[in-house]
Design a binder for this molecule. Structure first.
Ligand SMILES: [Zn+2]
Length: 324
């Protein structure tokens, strides 16, 4: 069903002019229902190698074109870091700066800060009710949602709203601990601007995994239906359904155990599995195949993922968990 009141607009913001005089731009998609209601932004590929979120945005927009918004507006930036995207790198490849540690940005700062400022001011000028920032993680990882660290009393309500919406996603939820640069991220800077924001980690980087795309669309649709912007769609099931024990709880992030030796890592657990204290996570072998170490879980938790390389060295975390 098409809705003639719904307006769709695709456009650009300028990032910079290249040395060959080519214009580098930030692509923006806007769908306005024409009916008063919340504005929600979905953003992706702030890390250039985390490409899956762009496909999630394309699918959400496709759905909203077919089933128009009930109210409000949906806006999206499918590729925030086009320079990193084209080089398949996390950072802005030409300067090796992390765009997602450069918010809220600075018009006169480094390139990453200038790009961050363009993104930040474009989003905040629309006074949105929510920003959903889509990321990807290790090759071996399950989708989960990150709730920013508690931002202090002043932004308590903003944080609370974000957290409440996170609970409607159906995803595993990780409550992040305070870190020195956590408010330099897009979501962290939004919360400090009084705008609820969440980060979705949608499985592997570099390639589009269709199952993770589907889970991303599903989680976003649930959140949009909670905001009464779309009708709930019971057909949108999650491929990765978190086990009951870990669902509807804000989990802590735990990366460990730390390897004590160097060598080749072989895993005995998979992302999404529940693991109990004392169970084997991985074994580490030396170059001749001799067992160096058996790494066991130090806490009960659910495996979120493990690193992309099988190389261990002393002090390297072997996996990441959500723990109760
Ligand atoms: Zn990322």
């Amino acid at each position: 069903m098409k809705d003639k009141n719904q307006r769709i607009k695709y456009g650009f913001k300028k990032i910079l002019t290249g040395s060959d005089l080519s214009l580098r731009k930030l692509a923006i998609m806007e769908i306005d229902s024409g009916i008063a209601g919340p504005t929600v932004w979905i953003t992706a590929a702030v890390h250039g190698d985390e490409v899956g979120g762009a496909a999630v945005i394309h699918e959400v927009v496709k759905s909203v074109r077919q089933k128009p918004l009930l109210k409000g507006a949906l806006k999206a930036m499918p590729i925030m870091n086009p320079i990193g995207f084209e080089a398949s790198t996390r950072n802005i490849s030409v300067i090796e700066e992390d765009l997602n540690r450069s918010f809220p940005g600075d018009k006169n700062g480094r390139l990453s800060e200038r790009m961050a400022e363009t993104i930040f001011s474009t989003i905040t000028s629309t006074k949105p009710q929510l920003v959903l920032d889509l990321h990807n993680d290790w090759n071996k990882s399950v989708p989960y949602l990150l709730i920013d660290p508690y931002p202090g009393k002043e932004f308590k309500t903003t944080h609370y709203i974000a957290r409440r919406l996170a609970f409607t996603s159906g995803f595993l939820m990780i409550q992040e601990e305070d870190e020195s640069d956590s408010f330099k991220t897009l979501s962290g800077s939004m919360i400090k601007a009084g705008i609820p924001a969440l980060t979705l980690e949608l499985g592997e980087s570099y390639v589009v995994n269709e199952k993770n795309v589907r889970d991303g669309v599903s989680a976003i649709w649930r959140i949009l239906s909670e905001l009464e912007m779309v009708k709930p769609d019971p057909a949108l099931e999650l491929f990765f359904k978190p086990p009951k024990e870990f669902l509807n709880k804000a989990l802590s992030y735990y990366d460990g155990p730390k390897s004590q030796t160097s060598g080749l890592v072989r895993y005995f657990t998979r992302p999404g599995e529940i693991i109990r204290t004392g169970e084997t996570i991985a074994k580490i072998y030396n170059v001749f195949g001799k067992l160096q170490e058996t790494a066991v879980a130090e806490k009960d938790g659910i495996v979120l993922g493990y690193p992309d390389t099988a190389v261990s060295f002393p002090g390297a975390p072997l996996a990441a968990f959500g723990v109760l």
